[in-house]
Ligand binder design. Structure first.
Ligand SMILES: [Zn+2]
Length: 327
């Protein structure tokens, strides 16, 4: 389904500030209790989860990490109940995937000047919570560092439509299509106000290919979509953080199987410990906390041999970048 998005006044669609401030206050009030008594894992759910076979891949892809900025957060913010105040570094950036039939981006994350061009669209106090460290490497510069031009990109697949996963669209030609589950598009683009952390500016004027995850269960995930029909790029359902969040399971040309997990978690720490993000800002940024926690269980139950890379997991992202550089 292809459809150019019609224009509208971005300011009038902005999430209102007052309700956002109130939601922050409610979420903050819940932080101390959850720090002491984090949400308990659902062991019955873990026992019920079936592990389906890894899809056979007849083709492999090349994966390149495009790191564009960093930030950091205290450990108990990233994973509630962690009794440490150490700062956890967080990565922000895009992933370039090269398949024999297409060259595309998972998460066209940041544009140059994102602080001025995109963050003002977010309501107070969100920009103060999420602003990336400067300098930010714009998407075209990040691609150019690998001798790729923006015109060489065939399409993009955002893991979800939060601002820090689509702002780089501002640097891509308007002909570059955005492929995503219909439910994600409807959630982000319907209604008079954008959901918290969604900015509609970078999405305006794009062409969208909206699809259903109508493929079979894969590993511990209930639904999937094999993008090329060859098992090399399989989207899986990671609903919760947003309604249409997807993970991207790749058969990489170094023989590894990688799952790009978007913001289903911010760190592998959450998967290992089975922990939610802290109530603040998790209540703000996770659209459905129960579904998000179920997805964390699905990630926890994955078999060995799957390299999970959450979009902001600095350790996992840099390990992959170092591995790719050494090939
Ligand atoms: Zn994010």
């Amino acid at each position: 389904m292809n459809e150019p998005d019609s224009g509208a006044d971005t300011r009038s669609e902005r999430t209102p500030t007052l309700p956002t401030v109130l939601r922050c206050c409610v979420a903050l009030a819940a932080v101390p209790g959850r720090f002491l008594w984090p949400r308990r894992p659902d062991h019955a759910l873990l026992e019920r989860l079936e592990v389906r076979p890894l899809p056979t891949a007849s083709t492999e892809v090349r994966l390149t990490v495009l790191t564009q900025s960093t930030m950091s957060a205290a450990a108990p913010i990233v994973a509630e109940g962690v009794r440490s105040l150490r700062k956890i570094p967080m990565s922000m950036g895009a992933f370039l995937v090269e398949h024999p039939k297409a060259r595309f981006l998972i998460d066209p994350a940041l544009c140059a000047g994102v602080h001025e061009r995109v963050l003002p669209e977010l309501p107070f106090p969100i920009p103060t919570l999420v602003a990336p460290d400067k300098p930010v490497l714009g998407l075209s510069d990040a691609l150019a560092a690998h001798d790729i031009a923006v015109g060489d990109i065939d399409f993009v697949v955002p893991t979800h439509l939060h601002w820090d996963h689509v702002s780089g669209l501002l640097e891509l030609p308007s002909s570059v299509e955005v492929r995503l589950p219909a439910v994600e598009y409807d959630w982000a683009m319907s209604g008079s106000h954008a959901p918290v952390s969604v900015v509609r500016g970078p999405l305006r004027g794009r062409t969208f290919d909206r699809f259903e995850l109508d493929g079979p269960p894969v590993l511990t995930f209930p639904r999937s979509k094999d993008l090329f029909g060859d098992g090399s790029v399989v989207l899986v359902d990671l609903a919760g953080h947003t309604p249409g969040s997807v993970g991207v399971l790749l058969a990489v040309d170094d023989g590894s199987r990688v799952l790009l997990a978007g913001d289903a978690v911010w760190s592998k720490l959450q998967i290992d410990l089975l922990r939610e993000k802290a109530q603040m800002p998790g209540q703000l940024f996770d659209a459905d906390r129960d579904a998000a926690f179920t997805t964390i269980h699905r990630l926890h139950a994955l078999p060995d041999g799957i390299e999970v890379i959450a979009a902001h997991d600095y350790e996992a992202v840099t390990a992959r970048a170092a591995g790719s550089a050494g090939l």
